[in-house]
Design a binder for this molecule. Structure first.
Ligand code: GLN
Length: 550
């Protein structure tokens, strides 16, 4: 046994693994964050990790349409959106150590192979890949030193890529024994619309698939649309070899915070503590969340915010922004409706046109332009920024959104014809957004942007200051291009205030337009630091402006 293992064994940390069965998108992230909330609010310290079996090194280079939003941690890791759920709900900062993929594991092993560390030996999935996975977790545990670590295994049992991760769990179960580790399996129980019945057979099959990998789950969580009968639960206990007491139901809730209470009612918290042999079982205090649910219940409809999107169909590419807007709304007891408008739809009929997208835009009370890459939809976004400026509609531009706001201002107010970002027009005469020298030679795609938290000095007597009420804040970045300081003077002369600056490099972090109720853009992504229990200052002031205007 490795000395790492021995150190972890002596440490108090206990591990809870969550695997998924039947199909993806059944809410492992939501389940893990709910278990985390119950344990944390019972007084335990917790940390969270996500193991993604895919071969990409990180999701930074994956399409948001396929994989959802790329969430950025304080230390600049580009991670899965589930880490965003965990941070928001658990109020913790995670780091790159929380995000592990097969790609990283293989990269590490192959780097070592090239360095000659395996000389003479044949590298195999067992033991080398599995050991590398376990060592990642052991090092993480030694660093975090928390009471519990919750680990989500991405994908679905039966996926080939997942096997080394399942093998790692199997081995740890043998090595650590029962009181150190618990394996929870979340599975889907479909409801047949033609008979009105819920069906447990797919779950039984997914447990068979787990058993093929050498794992019998310790607890089952059943995601379903309808309550599952006691008979069916007993049958599952028998067929899957899981104690009836450790089978729980996960119904669909909106907002998902209600799941904390549903799990609490089923005594999940107590059962987990019993599993680990805790003698004095602690109860979770969920008062803060109860209050939030009451506020949500009391919140009134009537406010509409446009999100000018490149990707339409699912909200996953913008999940942190959607959450940040909703949270700011609830702070003012408003149940905000988010109208996702396809940026390209604003292009077809020209500025202030008649397309369905323009009809949508004309009906909203506030406009948000999210981050994004490449030229698709940029023209429509510029139209939306112009509309917000001219009609004095509260506007919040996030990363690309700030760049768009400044490009629009340059073209329309400063009359710099064809002003652009060199991202969209390499040869523009007026590169108001451009690459820093240090980015110019960068060819590699993964992890090479300005990533993670940077300090931003906030200028007094600005909207930004009114929002933050602080001289110095730290916000997270994920971009390559920056405002070009050569144009600073002309912008300032015509009414732009650069209200946030990254002093060390003199980079614009926040820009705002004078004589407008609220037109603010940030080069960073404030949405990554908005929490359901505390709305983010920029989103909050934006929402206040929206409500005042209405
Ligand atoms: N594409 C822009 C850049 O790289 C904006 C990125 C973003 O919005 N996250 O600077």
């Amino acid at each position: 046994m490795s000395s790492l293992f021995e150190k972890v064994q002596k440490q108090k940390t206990k591990f809870i693994f969550v695997t998924g069965g039947v199909c993806s998108s059944i809410g492992k992230g939501v389940l893990i964050s709910s278990l985390g909330v119950l344990l944390k609010n019972s007084g335990y310290s917790i940390s969270v990790a996500k193991w993604d079996p895919y071969l990409n090194v990180d999701p930074g280079t994956m399409s948001p349409l396929v994989h959802g939003e790329v969430f950025v941690t304080e230390d600049g890791a580009e991670t899965d959106l589930d880490l965003g759920h965990y941070e928001r709900v658990l109020g913790v900062y995670l780091t790159r150590d929380s995000s592990v993929s097969s790609g990283q594991i293989y990269q590490e092993i192959l780097d070592n192979e090239r360095k000659g560390k395996f000389l003479g030996r044949c590298i195999q999935v067992v033991p080398h890949v599995v050991d590398a996975i376990k060592n990642r977790l052991f090092n993480f545990a030694l660093k975090e030193k928390t009471d519990f670590i919750l680990i989500e295994i991405g994908g679905t049992v039966g996926d080939m890529e997942g096997l080394p991760f399942f093998e790692a769990i199997r081995q740890m179960k043998m090595e650590f024994g029962r009181h150190k580790l618990m394996h929870c399996h979340l599975s889907y129980v479909p409801l047949l619309p033609w008979t009105g019945e819920t069906k447990t057979k797919p779950t039984q099959h997914s447990v068979v698939a787990l058993k093929t990998a050498g794992l019998t789950p310790d607890a089952l969580f059943l995601r379903s649309e309808k309550k599952i009968s006691e008979n069916a639960m007993k049958k599952l206990a028998m067929m899957c070899e899981v104690d009836r007491d450790l089978i729980f139901q996960v119904l669909t809730f909106k907002p998902s915070w209600q799941l904390f209470f549903a799990l609490q009612d089923q005594k999940v918290n107590e059962r987990i503590q019993e599993w680990f042999g805790v003698r004095k079982i602690k109860k979770a205090n969920l008062n803060k969340w109860l209050k939030l649910l009451d506020i949500i219940k009391d919140s009134k409809k009537g406010i509409k915010i446009a999100l000018i999107a490149k990707y339409v169909g699912s909200n996953d590419p913008y999940i942190s922004i959607v959450q940040a807007i909703k949270t700011a709304g609830y702070h003012y007891k408003k149940d905000v409706e988010i109208v996702v408008i396809e940026a390209e739809g604003l292009e077809k009929t020209g500025y202030n046109g008649t397309s369905a997208s323009w009809k949508q835009l004309k009906s909203v009370d506030g406009i948000v332009i999210p981050g994004g890459f490449d030229a698709r939809g940029v023209k429509g976004k510029i139209f939306a920024a112009r509309y917000a400026r001219e009609k004095k509609i509260p506007f919040l531009g996030l990363c690309l959104g700030m760049q768009i706001m400044l490009i629009e201002f340059a073209r329309d107010v400063l009359k710099l014809k064809g002003a652009s970002s060199t991202e969209f027009d390499k040869d523009t005469k007026y590169p108001v957004i451009s690459l820093l020298e240090e980015q110019k030679g960068v060819k590699k795609k993964g992890g090479t942007m300005r990533l993670g938290a940077y300090p931003c000095t906030v200028l007094p007597k600005t909207l930004a200051y009114k929002a933050y009420k602080k001289d110095l804040v730290k916000e997270r970045h994920r971009h390559r291009y920056e405002f070009n300081n050569k144009f600073k003077d002309v912008f300032e002369k015509k009414g732009i205030v650069f209200s946030g600056i990254y002093k060390a490099k003199n980079l614009v972090e926040i820009a705002e337009i004078k004589n407008h109720p609220f037109m603010v853009g940030s080069q960073f992504h404030p949405e990554f630091k908005s929490y359901p229990l505390t709305s983010h200052p920029l989103f909050d002031l934006f929402m206040k402006a929206v409500i005042n205007k209405k």
